[in-house]
Design a protein around this ligand. Structure first.
Ligand SMILES: [Zn+2]
Ligand SMILES: [Zn+2]
Ligand SMILES: [Zn+2]
Length: 141
């Protein structure tokens, strides 16, 4: 999903795209890691543009409503990643916080004994191949 399709969706939902909001959105779409609102704010700050923390929260809030982001609870903190509407799962590295989209599903057996399943949400946590190869590697947030 490119930034223009996201902007179009936001526009349809009466979310005005300002320069600051677009910058936050662009940064969020490009990060390959799960981020806290504060970390996303910091990434935007590195571009030397003045953006309020409320802009970050506001954008994450509207993306959550549109189902374009998934929140994760890791060590008691809420992290976010940008998500497309295509059904997928996430593999999250607990070391470097990289998130990889997984487009395969686990086979479920005997679910009918509990009821009728209409959807599912599964996220996988572990260590990515890079971190597995170099476990001592310094983590940069
Ligand atoms: Zn996703
Ligand atoms: Zn990793
Ligand atoms: Zn699935």
């Amino acid at each position: 999903m490119d930034i223009d399709s996201v902007k179009e969706l936001l526009h349809q939902n009466n979310f005005r795209i300002t320069y600051e909001r677009e910058l936050v959105l662009d940064t969020f779409l490009k990060t390959e890691k799960i981020v806290t609102p504060a970390q996303l704010f910091e990434l935007v700050q590195r571009k030397h543009v003045r953006v309020g923390l409320t802009t970050v929260y506001r954008l994450l809030e509207v993306l959550t409503k549109l189902d374009l982001t998934t929140p994760f609870l890791v060590n008691g903190e809420i992290y976010y990643t940008f998500c497309t509407h295509q059904h997928h799962h996430h593999f999250i590295c607990l070391h470097c916080r990289r998130v990889q989209d997984v487009f395969e599903c686990l086979p479920f057996q005997n679910i009918s004994r509990y009821g009728t399943m209409t959807s599912h949400k599964i996220d996988l946590f572990g260590y990515c191949v890079t971190c597995e190869r170099e476990p001592s590697q310094e983590v940069k947030h």
